[in-house]
Design a protein around this ligand. Structure first.
Ligand code: SF4
Length: 464
């Protein structure tokens, strides 16, 4: 597993290490900072990793350990880097972050450095070999062991409680860990293990706590959302969970992320139609549309089956915003396969779409195939697909001008208050901007907004 990781470490070291070797000689004697113990947690990667950091910080705080998340100050002397190991770019970012803090430790500005998360789960032995400044490496399921390092105990009474890093009116809720699927391009099951659902009562307690603390919107996340319950209840139970969460006072919006298309359980859509608190929004990564590529990706679904699912979803919820993710450059993807994907995206007109380029990941089924699409061709295909999506998004946004939508306001930036409709998830989708020099709204409040203008990925409006 370590060949490709070395490439990142040796490259990063060249740019970071040489200058600090010189420094080290100068400061060899510096032993311990005089700072009082304070932990700074750094989170890389996805929202699931963010929830892990929030749980970790909740446990540290629960053990009276001073902790902050990505603190801009330098009053901390201990760093925990919660890494991502998903694809090359993410691995490189994780390694550079570790090396940055390894340098800080050599310089004597921090005393201790710990690494956890997916990269550490996947490459622990190699990292221990290569980056010795790290005091200890932990996997994705080693929270109790990590806490022990701080002479802290894992407090079961704190289950469902965490230190939020998001604005206090919304939060991510991870309903399960791991994945039983075997998609050929994906290393997540290697890092996160088999699927384990959280019991409904535990999630109801967690979301009730969040609502008590002012959370109004929750994003339900998992590696594979629709698999919920198949392990602990022996049947798909997402709808049952949704009904339970909709009964919690204070929660106004519930958003679904990371649904899996194969054998998609349509009862979820019926529950969405029945429950007004569930946003008219579904994130369902489809990855591709060519039967050849879907087959070699081991997605267990065909082009026609995909079309049928999208058609059925839209027939039950005509107003729904469907977010999807496509992957281009998978081994063996021909120009004709890519043409089929482009035609599919043009025809299906998804409201929201993201595109990834294939990353050749050790330990995945895809790694046995030849990574034969050149990198620049992968990037070219991704750009072509996003150009199509940009036009679709502009058309769909234009059609919203003159209409009024319920908007949740997240932040103020410059001269704008910025919010989202129920069709938009934080950080990945469109935003609604209103002129803060003319109108005022409190962050975390809902308000009716009439749309007055649109661009490809943003809407502009006024409070009504
Ligand atoms: S369902 Fe998602 S997390 Fe699971 S293997 Fe497939 S891509 Fe990876």
């Amino acid at each position: 597993m370590e060949l490709r990781l070395n490439k990142f470490i040796s490259h990063a070291k060249l740019t970071i290490l040489i200058p600090c070797i010189l420094l080290t000689f100068a400061k060899a004697m510096k032993t311990k900072t005089l700072k009082k113990n304070k932990v700074n947690v750094i989170t890389l990667g996805c929202s699931k990793n963010l929830v892990d950091s929030e749980v970790l910080m909740g446990q540290l705080r629960g053990n009276n350990i001073d902790v902050a998340h990505e603190s801009p100050d330098d009053d901390f002397n201990i760093v925990i880097v919660n890494t991502c190991g998903f694809i090359d770019k993410a691995k490189e970012e994780s390694i550079n972050t570790i090396l940055d803090y390894a340098e800080a430790k050599r310089e004597g500005t921090i005393d201790k450095l710990y690494v956890t998360g997916c990269l550490s789960q996947r490459y622990k032995d190699n990292l221990e070999e290569e980056i010795k400044e790290v005091d200890a490496y932990y996997g994705t399921r080693d929270l109790p062991a990590l806490l022990k390092t701080f002479k802290a105990d894992y407090k079961h009474e704190l289950v469902g409680e965490r230190l939020l890093t998001t604005p206090r009116h919304y939060a991510y809720v991870k309903i399960s860990e791991g994945c039983n699927r075997t998609c050929a391009f994906c290393a997540i099951p290697i890092m996160r293990g088999k699927h384990i659902s959280k019991p409904i009562e535990e999630l109801v307690k967690e979301v009730s706590n969040l609502a008590t603390n002012g959370v109004k919107e929750i994003m339900l996340i998992a590696q594979e959302l629709t698999f919920y319950g198949l392990d602990i209840y022996k049947k798909r139970s997402l709808s049952t969970l949704l009904d339970a969460l909709c009964a919690i006072d204070g929660i106004e919006w519930i958003r679904l992320h990371y649904a899996y298309p194969s054998q998609f359980p349509m009862d979820i859509i019926e529950t969405m139609a029945r429950q007004p608190k569930i946003c008219n929004y579904l994130d369902i990564p489809l990855q591709h549309a060519s039967d050849n590529v879907l087959k070699s990706m081991r997605r267990k679904i065909s082009n026609q089956e995909t079309r049928d699912i999208i058609k059925d979803i839209r027939s039950i919820l005509p107003e729904i915003a469907i977010r999807t993710t496509m992957l281009v450059g998978f081994p063996g993807e021909t120009r004709d396969d890519f043409k089929q994907l482009k035609d599919f995206v043009e025809e299906m007109r998804f409201e929201r779409m993201g595109v990834f380029t294939y990353s050749h990941e050790e330990g995945t089924h895809g790694y046995k195939l030849e990574d034969n699409v050149p990198e620049e061709e992968k990037v070219q295909r991704a750009n072509e697909l996003m150009e199509i999506q940009q036009e679709i998004s502009y058309d769909l946004n234009e059609a919203k001008i003159g209409k009024t939508f319920k908007v949740l306001f997240d932040k103020k930036e410059g001269e704008n208050f910025i919010g989202r409709t129920e069709y938009d998830s934080p950080d990945v989708d469109n935003e609604v901007l209103i002129d803060a020099t003319q109108q005022y709204i409190s962050i975390g409040d809902f308000a009716q907004v009439k749309i007055t203008d649109a661009t490809d990925f943003d809407l502009f409006g006024e409070l009504v």
